[in-house]
Ligand binder design. Structure first.
Ligand SMILES: NC(=O)c1ccc[n+]([C@@H]2O[C@H](COP(=O)([O-])OP(=O)(O)OC[C@H]3O[C@@H](n4cnc5c(N)ncnc54)[C@H](OP(=O)(O)O)[C@@H]3O)[C@@H](O)[C@H]2O)c1
Length: 420
């Protein structure tokens, strides 16, 4: 593994611990579902300034000098025709739940992978620099700050290579209002702007199916960046994107495994059928995202994606868990109105105490995932549609539950607010 020298790479940012006062109220114990979705809610495409990829520091670019005789312009050779080892892939958000599997998968497929990371990575910066390097083994690790465009550009420049493809698995670790805009929009945009300067012609974005019905700040931030990508591809025919919108991750559905094992009831909202999803494993999603790097079929597409099998409601997930632990099903049904009440109170308080902004947002996130399915939304029927939600991969939630029951939750921890 080669490492971008810290003296060449700029300022590292460490996690600032956010207030966790609200997380007990909306822990994964309550949030047994996380959803995602397509976009009936069209948002205007903002006009975006992006520098043309004129300045390459790439080793593989030849200088073109002025000639007296007119020459035919050589068509730009697509990176897709090259061997994977000659394709430079830059991964941002490389140390997250999905990002680290994406790095592994891309390395396995033989791409030349550069992973941008913070020296202290993971939830609340729990991984040391050495652990972060180990995590990114096989890739060129580059410590930089995605929230600072200038330093990110400098870091890429110091790598001395061009960029063909960017894969972004960046996400706010909290889902808080400001952090969502900082990471899901600004930092992701910085990755686009900086990498375009160094030749990137394809961008793979890990988004979320729930942006189809955007009611939360992180969804709005993601949608704004999706719109920027579409605009960029419209303005430059040589630029392409793949927007991946997955359904629920396994980690988001694992919050009650230990509790059920201990004999506690499975908590769900309403009758447990308010929402459904087709959960997808980290490995399967990483494989799907890696397919997007060079597959022609996935160019300029928004790709909703779920795991194998039928869609599952919280009730079905609970029944599955009780069957696996060999216990009689025991459910605690919580009226969804309880959440509406809590959100109403927080929305009122936030007007008096603006510092409660994030607490109110976490309440809304909890409410959203308790009631909205993570399936493709059909604007014609006005309903979520399991049949229209494509499946990929082979890992099932049942196998995952079995593994967690035997081996525990290591690697499946939720983020800083225990929601994502
Ligand atoms: N949970 C679900 O069920 C679900 C379903 C569908 C879609 N999604 C979407 O999937 C995406 C990725 O999720 P995930 O669980 O893999 O995310 P994650 O584990 O929280 O990882 C986030 C990544 O972004 C980086 N990051 C966050 N804040 C940063 C900052 N200030 N500076 C630099 N880097 C920063 C993290 O770096 P550090 O390691 O240094 O913190 C990490 O690499 C999200 O957009 C989410 O909305 C989630």
């Amino acid at each position: 593994m080669s490492i971008c020298s810290p003296s060449n790479c700029n300022g590292l940012k460490h996690h600032s611990s956010k207030s966790h006062s609200f997380k007990r109220l909306f822990t994964s114990h309550f949030i047994s579902q996380v959803q995602v979705t397509t976009f009936p809610y069209a948002i205007p495409l903002p006009s975006v300034y992006l520098p043309k990829p004129s300045q390459f520091s790439g080793k593989r670019f030849n200088l073109v000098t002025a000639s007296a005789t007119p020459v035919l312009e050589t068509p730009k050779i697509s990176f897709r025709s090259k061997n994977p080892k000659d394709i430079n892939v830059l991964v941002v958000g490389s140390t997250g739940y999905i990002g680290k599997f994406v790095v592994k998968e891309l390395v396995k497929r033989g791409f030349n992978v550069t992973a941008i990371a913070r020296e202290r990575s993971g939830i609340r910066g729990k991984n040391s620099k050495e652990e972060t390097l180990k995590l990114l083994s096989g890739a060129n690790a580059c410590f930089s700050d995605v929230t600072n465009l200038e330093s990110l550009e400098k870091s890429i420049e110091n790598l001395g290579i061009s960029v063909d493809v960017v894969v972004s698995c960046l996400a706010s670790r909290t889902g808080g209002v400001k952090d969502s805009w900082l990471i899901d929009y600004e930092a992701t945009k910085n990755s686009l702007v900086a990498s375009r300067k160094f030749g990137a012609s394809h961008f793979v974005l890990l988004s979320a199916i729930c942006v189809q019905k955007p009611l939360l700040e992180f969804q709005r931030a993601k949608l704004k960046f999706e719109a920027d990508l579409l605009e960029e591809a419209k303005n430059d025919k040589g630029f392409t994107y793949s927007i991946v919108r997955p359904t629920a991750f396994f980690k988001s559905l694992a919050g009650q495994v230990e509790l059920v094992k201990e004999g506690k009831p499975y908590v769900m909202f309403g009758d447990g059928k308010l929402c459904a999803c087709k959960p997808i494993s980290e490995l399967d999603l990483a494989s799907f995202i890696s397919d997007c790097v060079s597959s022609e079929d996935m160019i300029n597409k928004i790709l909703p994606i779920g795991g194998p099998g039928d869609a599952l409601t919280p009730l079905e997930q609970g029944e599955m868990l009780f069957r696996l632990v060999g216990k009689e099903p025991k459910f605690l049904k919580v009226p969804i109105q309880i959440m509406d009440f809590a959100i109403g109170v927080l929305d009122f308080l936030v007007k008096i105490f603006p510092s409660l902004e994030d607490a109110a947002e976490f309440g809304k996130i909890g409410r959203y995932y308790a009631a909205e399915s993570m399936l493709v939304w059909d604007p014609e029927t006005g309903e979520y549609d399991a049949e229209k939600t494509p499946s990929y991969g082979k890992d099932t939630l049942e196998e995952f539950f079995k593994r967690v029951l035997q081996e525990g939750m290591a690697g499946q921890e939720l983020g800083e607010q225990m929601i994502f």
